[in-house]
Design a protein around this ligand. Structure first.
Ligand SMILES: Cc1cc2nc3c(=O)[nH]c(=O)nc-3n(C[C@H](O)[C@H](O)[C@H](O)COP(=O)(O)OP(=O)(O)OC[C@H]3O[C@@H](n4cnc5c(N)ncnc54)[C@H](O)[C@@H]3O)c2cc1C
Length: 319
């Protein structure tokens, strides 16, 4: 049975001057930590969870070496690998600010601690983007969800709706179709997902695909009872009775705490060069929180490795 209790990570310590602080424990951050650990550095990994977005899906079929592997198993393998090294891990920790004094970075967390490091690697990835429609916030956890992998079992034999038309929406619809009575897939324009996923979805006869449909509001007081949709082709709106609404409207980078500190693009993604360097020497960034266009596990891992190697080069140059 996989449990972090089986591992011997060191506790974070505010009195240590770390060589590297890595923020974020998804594929990018874990890889950066593994690479840094092999250089015998003093490392602290601060993260809300281990796994990041990979935890939101079920099956991975494009990570080399595994024709198909469950997301849980892949993250167990990553964590197991990480645990071979004597790094400090602050799990369940949220970073909410970074400041620089002379050549030292001070990384602040929401539990009011401040850790010190010579190098910082940001690997904070992405979070679901809200639709900002009526009742979305109010009914979150009461039928509104951003994670089909986590919540699909709660909707066994019920009707649900998925909003979105990209890979993550199709993946969610497939997850739900396995347990739900009916799944409505609401797509604003056309489906823009990998053909292999679309083929798989079409095998389920309990999925109703509604193209050119916009969600107007979520219905219900104590829990989700339906969704009001707008049919763009016929110019009319109508209600669909569902118990669950799964929002797959894209993601946004977890970089709010860096605004005004690091250079971000118009989407809020960290601007880096091909060496994962940000505008501040000593701060590197990697993975889905950056402006690198493609967001995939293997790419995040590669960028994490690069950030770590370049961070090490910077560290040596400072000594
Ligand atoms: C539903 C879904 C299915 C996917 N399927 C695939 C697939 O089949 N194949 C594939 O290659 N890719 C897939 N992806 C994309 C892949 O998951 C991402 O590209 C990858 O996880 C990015 O890794 P990352 O480490 O950059 O960021 P993330 O995975 O987002 O990890 C970020 C980490 O940072 C932590 N964090 C965030 N903010 C803070 C903070 N302020 N303080 C501390 N910690 C913080 C988070 O808790 C998390 O641990 C999928 C994504 C989704 C959503």
């Amino acid at each position: 049975m996989f449990s972090l209790l089986n591992f011997n990570f060191k506790q974070p310590n505010i009195n240590i001057l770390y060589d590297f602080i890595i923020v974020g424990g998804g594929p990018a951050g874990i890889t950066a930590a593994i690479y840094a650990a092999r250089k015998n550095l003093e490392i602290l990994l601060l993260t809300k969870d281990l796994g990041g977005q990979v935890l939101w899906t079920s099956e991975i079929e494009n990570y080399p070496g595994f024709k198909s592997i469950t997301a849980k198993e892949l993250i167990e393998k990553f964590t197991n690998h990480l645990s071979y090294f004597p790094i400090a891990l602050g799990l369940g920790t949220e970073v909410n600010g970074i400041r620089k004094e002379q050549n030292i970075f001070y990384v602040k967390t929401t539990d009011d601690k401040e850790y010190k490091s010579r190098v910082v690697i940001i690997a904070t990835g992405r979070s679901p983007k809200p639709l900002n429609i009526k009742n979305e916030k109010e009914l979150l956890g009461k039928g509104v969800s951003y994670c089909a992998t986590c919540d699909a079992p709660l909707f066994k034999n019920k009707d649900t709706a998925v909003i979105g038309g990209a890979n993550s929406a199709i993946t969610s619809a497939i997850e739900l179709a396995k347990v739900c009575q009916r799944v409505y897939l609401l797509v604003k324009s056309e489906i823009k997902a990998e053909p292999i996923l679309v083929e798989r979805l079409k095998k389920f006869n309990n999925v109703i695909i509604l193209l050119k449909h916009l969600p107007k509001s979520i219905l219900g007081k104590e829990k989700v009872e339906g969704i009001l949709v707008y049919d763009l082709l016929n110019n009319n709106e109508y209600e669909i009775k569902v118990s669950g609404v799964f929002i797959e409207a894209g993601t946004k980078p977890n970089t709010d705490f860096l605004k005004g500190f690091l250079n971000l693009n118009e989407k809020g993604e960290i601007i880096i060069n091909c060496n994962c360097e940000t505008n501040i020497p000593g701060i590197f960034a990697c993975g889905d929180c950056t402006a690198i266009e493609d967001k995939q596990i293997i790419i995040a891992c590669g960028e994490g490795a690069k950030a770590s190697l370049k961070g090490f080069k910077y560290l040596i140059s400072q000594k």
